[in-house]
Ligand binder design. Structure first.
Ligand code: ZN
Length: 160
């Protein structure tokens, strides 16, 4: 069965940067389960996997524009600490999700100086070419319930 929209795909993957350093990998753990065509993966990877079959392996290089985006200095902002009430003690390197005009975005605290906090809304992997080694473990049709929920149930997915 080949990968196409509305199919559940299980993959093992290793993600490396341009220097060959491993950023993330599923090897040694459970495969990643996702539904093709629902934007669950970065766009460039999902596009490259379309049409692949169970058992295939693929080396996929994804440019930043189709990966985690191009760094945008406008996404860096300084705000008063009190605007982040309820976040606990703020420390450099902390990350949290916040709602923006463009939907949910991951912010990283890059500096805490006095009463001001600097937040960077760029993805930590912005501007990076993503080099994936992917092995397609299995492909099956998604159930109606999975399509309704927008995520995979069972192995590698949600259990509820
Ligand atoms: Zn569900």
């Amino acid at each position: 069965m080949e990968i196409m929209a509305d199919r559940v795909v299980l993959i093992h993957y290793t993600l490396k940067d341009d220097k060959g350093a491993v950023i993330d990998s599923s090897i040694g753990g459970e495969p990643l389960a996702y539904i093709q065509g629902h934007g669950n993966l970065v766009a460039g990877l999902e596009k490259a996997l379309e049409g692949k079959q169970q058992g295939d392996v693929a080396a996929v290089s994804v440019a930043p524009a189709e990966g985690y985006g191009i760094r945008d200095e406008k996404l860096i902002q300084r705000i008063p600490k009190r605007a982040l009430q309820g976040s606990g003690e703020l420390k450099k390197g902390m990350q949290f999700q916040a709602r923006t005009e463009d939907g949910m975005r991951l912010f990283t605290v890059t500096a805490v100086v006095g009463d001001m906090v600097t937040l960077d809304g760029n993805h930590p992997l912005a501007d990076q070419t993503l080099n994936f080694d992917v092995q397609i473990v299995s492909v099956r049709d998604a159930t109606g319930e999975e399509l309704e929920h927008g995520h995979v149930h069972g192995a590698g997915g949600h259990h509820h």
